[in-house]
Design a protein around this ligand. Sequence first.
Ligand SMILES: O=C1O[C@H](COP(=O)(O)O)[C@@H](O)[C@H](O)[C@H]1O
Length: 257
Amino acid sequence: MALSGANNDRGELRIHENLDELRTDLADYIAELSEAAVKERGVFAIALSGGSLIGLMGTVDWAKWYIFWADERVVAKNHSDSNYKLAKDGLLSKVPIVPSHVHSINDSVSAEEAADEYMFVIRQLVKIRMVSVSDISDCPKFDLILLGMGPDGHIASLFPNHSALNETEEWVTFITDSPKPPPERITFTLPVINSASNVAMVVTGESKAEAVHLAIDNVGPDCPSLPARLVQPTKGKLVWFLDKPAASKLGGLQFSE
Ligand SMILES: O=C1O[C@H](COP(=O)(O)O)[C@@H](O)[C@H](O)[C@H]1O
């Protein structure tokens, strides 16, 4: 049985006994959001990340889905480091997704050009409202952004103390010095992540327990620079999907079973 609760302004916490339980809860959560968005707008705009979360997603009704990536490594689409390849092999090739609804980056140009082109594509889709727009800025408002988190607290390709964290003008930016290989990546910026209707942080494993603690608990003045702590949807909802090892260093939570 999952434990769920809330921690101040750090969102809803769902802590699961094991990965099977987490996978089921995450699939139900995504299905509910998808159904609500399709009912309201006719489409569901979801941004995926890479990493371990892809293996935790279930299958739902894909026909109305528009798929984006919150971050991508600037490598060929068939490279083992590609987040697109990860999602394609683990998920997209197994479900009836409409190919033209899958918006991956151009892998044949530089990181800077790929970021600009990706932003242009999103801008066109915002114009025709396939992707909604924020009520308080011109940012796209994705129905759901799925994020993983590294043991260092990075989310998407926003790393601790990196200047990309300060980008407020662009929707998509690029880096060429990622501390985690490969070095060249594109990433949604914090204003886009925080404009989403829903953000799900999917984090598993003991190696991430300290970063989960720093991202969620009130631990003093150093924590605001942790990228995961800067995920604070302005009007949207933040939900953390954790397994017990990832949640093992969280303190002072009030849970209901
Ligand atoms: O490099 C990346 O890492 C994070 C976390 O990955 P994980 O394997 O530790 O879950 C991922 O969310 C991000 O999209 C990816 O590019």
